[in-house]
Design a protein. Structure first.
Length: 236
């Protein structure tokens, strides 16, 4: 009896055999990214970082308003009334949302994001005028906001309403993206979506005409919250 004839190796098997037979070279050392950024980073204080960040965002039609922890709810209300907004979407059980609710802004209806998207999609897309979310931080180098969606403030809050208010603490403005990731420990965990927002939604796909609000909010309004200045003589 003749020995069975083995089938020739498939193309896949041939490729795998060649790959496995290839000697593994020693991997090159990883570049020292931290040192590079440290050596090339601008030597700026907070005021300079804020100014550079602000100039970049205002250049693309972002509104930036200076405020404090005590004054921002009143400022937001004034801006909302001036824009003719009827309602404002806020997160669920957030400190800034509670602070705004405590002001009882009667001209502006506050709507909490308490339902799943399937339950109120039509309301969210057709009836909500604006939203308020907290920015985790910002980047001066590229003029952007870092928004960190959570269960309390889902990603849709920054994508759907026509006007997006963002509350940002000035002290969280980093020099560059590397500084933001390193300082905040991004390697320890990220949300499903970490957003970098560099202005209101815009596109020039149609006839190369720039249009705002095509894929998201047509207005981006940042409430830049500065630390309150202690009264003269206060403290030791």
């Amino acid at each position: 009896m003749s020995a069975p004839v083995s089938a020739p190796p498939s193309a896949r098997d041939s490729i795998l055999q060649r790959l496995r037979a290839t000697p593994i070279k020693e991997l090159p050392a990883l570049p020292d990214v931290t040192t590079w950024f440290t050596d090339h980073r601008r030597q700026e204080d907070l005021a300079q970082r804020v100014a550079r960040w602000r100039a970049a965002l205002e250049a693309v039609k972002t509104e930036v308003h200076d405020t404090t922890d005590a004054d921002w709810p009143e400022l937001l209300l004034r801006l909302a009334v001036a824009k003719g907004l009827r309602n404002l979407l806020i997160g669920t059980d957030t400190p800034h949302g509670a602070q705004l609710q405590a002001c009882q802004p009667e001209p502006l209806q506050l709507v909490q994001y308490t339902e799943s998207i399937d339950g109120w999609r039509d309301v969210l897309f057709d009836e909500i005028d604006a939203s308020l979310t907290l920015a985790k931080s910002a980047i001066a180098e590229i003029g952007s906001l870092i928004v960190w969606p959570t269960a309390s403030e889902p990603r849709l809050m920054s994508l759907v309403p026509s006007v997006h208010f963002v509350l940002l603490d000035a002290v969280t403005i980093h020099a560059d993206f590397h500084s933001a990731m390193a300082t905040e420990g991004w390697e320890d965990g990220l949300p499903t979506n970490a957003l970098l927002i560099c202005g209101p939604s815009k596109t020039a796909d149609i006839q190369q005409t720039l249009a705002y609000g095509a894929h998201g909010p047509r207005e981006l309004v940042v409430l830049l919250r500065h630390p309150s200045t202690p009264a003269p003589g206060a403290g030791a």
